[in-house]
Design a protein around this ligand. Structure first.
Ligand code: FAD
Length: 462
């Protein structure tokens, strides 16, 4: 029951992908309308949509040709794990769902995966593992799809050592809003052929092109690992230890920051217990290496640095099940806090400024007499500060706090988002905290790629 897209368009879509791969009507499209954005800031989805599930790049191209000709908005959808409303349809149009395009093959000699856009992060990790290889970053929820991870240039806990999605993507196949297919890069380590349009499409949040396939670099496995929990008395003490750790030259796989209240809520949700009894703020340091002896040597060195920096008694997990339990509790924090959360911020500062940022956030918390729980990827300066619901507060107060956190972040040379992107919910902030020339250039780029503004309208650009 929808009106804006006429019957002939539905018939044409059905002739491209098959009738059973076109979904519309109240009650049938509900599962395709949302993502993981907290409810108070999530945009209200438009239900006047048709979901289309292509099985090939040719089908994606035919759908876009039709949409371009008829000026129908197209909303690309991956795993729906985004945190900024990026895949939520905000107008009547087509939801392009890539889930059927989910093949992953591995070229062992070139150490490269060839992954279709609808394959999940989990599929990629498994395919690499079956070939005795390793996809080093862990850039998001494992239900996220390759297309979504690339479109968001997702980051994750291991970025401190391994970099982010764009450091692994060596080639993409993408369909332009006109329906033309573009192939960029390949199984290549070097490619210096003109403007790097591939890197422009990576992180473009579905506004410039539909990613249909990618070549992704893999690495040898790191068979030995240790996970340490380092407790501290205060947020500031924990975070100010991070630059000292990084200056040792040892490169942990992850340096995560968590705090007692959220981590205990998360553990309780899983029916588990947070194993550290002392301390209010914690660094979770993961070390992973090829060589076991080296692993233990660097572990000892890092423990010394932490103790010298004022840590309380560290906890060292060596068994796989102990390490997995700690990471499960860490991974569940967002879901545990979500029901009482207004927003999850994603600010990033130069790594050495993360302690200073936390001091400023503490000042903001005190001035509003509230608690702003924080956790995140301390090793790369990317921290998720949460604005929680408070009795009697209205949107204006939440906006004020958000703007204050953004202002102190920018003063420290940071940016408003390090990995989640702009999507729908950060457009006003992008405009407020960016130079007008930058915004103007982005609008011109969008105009070149998508003159009819059909691809993910209302996203990224103010
Ligand atoms: C519990 C949890 C943990 C998370 N941890 C992290 C983390 O550590 N690091 C991190 O960076 N993010 C994290 N995220 C956020 C999320 O997983 C990432 O943003 C991920 O990249 C979203 O991928 P998706 O497939 O779910 O995309 P969706 O949410 O479906 O879409 C995201 C954006 O990508 C676009 N898009 C999707 N597919 C395509 C395509 N094929 N072509 C073009 N555009 C496309 C959409 O239009 C939208 O703009 C987390 C989320 C959750 C819920």
């Amino acid at each position: 029951m929808w009106s804006s897209i006429d019957k002939t368009v539905v018939e044409e879509l059905s002739s491209i992908v098959g009738e059973d791969q076109v979904v519309f009507g109240v009650g049938r499209v509900e599962g395709y309308l949302l993502d993981e954005t907290p409810l108070p800031i999530r945009p209200e989805p438009c239900r006047d949509v048709v979901v289309v599930k292509p099985a090939s790049t040719e089908e994606v191209s035919a759908i876009l040709r039709l949409a371009y000709r008829s000026k129908i908005p197209v909303f690309p959808r991956g795993g729906g794990t985004g945190l900024v409303g990026g895949c939520i349809p905000t107008r009547s149009g087509i939801i392009l769902c890539l889930e059927r395009m989910n093949k992953v093959t591995v070229d062992v000699d070139n150490m490269m995966a060839e992954a279709e856009a609808g394959a999940t992060l989990h599929d990629l990790i498994e395919a690499a593992d079956r070939s005795d290889l390793f996809f080093p970053p862990h850039p998001g929820d494992e239900y996220a799809q390759i297309g979504g991870l690339i479109a968001c240039n997702a980051g994750g806990a291991r970025a401190v050592r391994t970099g982010v999605m764009r450091n692994y993507v060596r080639g993409i196949e993408a369909v332009l809003p006109t329906g033309d297919v573009l192939r960029l890069g390949g199984k290549l380590i070097k490619d210096n052929t003109g403007y790097d349009l591939m890197q422009l499409i990576i992180g473009s949040e579905g506004t410039l092109a539909i990613i249909t396939k990618a070549f992704i670099r893999l690495y040898p496995k790191l068979p030995f690992s240790i996970t340490m929990i380092i407790p501290f008395d205060s947020r500031s003490a924990a975070l100010k230890t991070v630059p000292r750790i990084l200056r040792t030259g040892i490169m942990p796989l992850a340096v995560e920051y968590v705090e007692r209240i959220p981590i205990e809520v998360s553990a309780a949700r899983l029916g588990l217990e947070w194993p550290c009894k002392e301390g209010e703020a914690f660094l979770i340091i993961i070390l992973a290496e090829q060589d076991e002896e080296y692993l233990y040597r660097v572990c000892e060195k890092l423990l010394d640095v932490c103790v010298e920096s004022g840590s309380l008694e560290p906890l060292v997990a060596e068994r796989r099940d102990e390490q997995d339990r700690i990471l499960r509790i860490r991974s569940e924090i967002y879901t545990a806090l979500k029901p009482s959360m207004v927003d999850i911020l994603d600010v990033t500062v130069p790594p050495a400024s993360i302690g200073l940022l936390m001091d400023k956030i503490d000042e903001i918390s005190r001035s509003y007499n509230t608690y702003l729980p924080a956790y995140g990827h301390a090793g790369d300066g990317n921290i998720h500060v949460h604005i929680m619901r408070e009795e009697g507060w209205d949107t204006a107060i939440y906006d004020e706090i958000r703007d204050k956190v953004y202002s102190v972040t920018l003063e420290l040379g940071g940016v408003i988002t390090g990995e989640h992107g702009i999507g729908f919910v950060r457009r006003r902030s992008l405009l407020r905290f960016s130079h007008p020339i930058y915004i103007d250039l982005m609008k011109k780029v969008k105009q070149i790629f998508d003159p009819n503004n059909i691809l993910n309208p209302d996203k990224l650009l103010p």
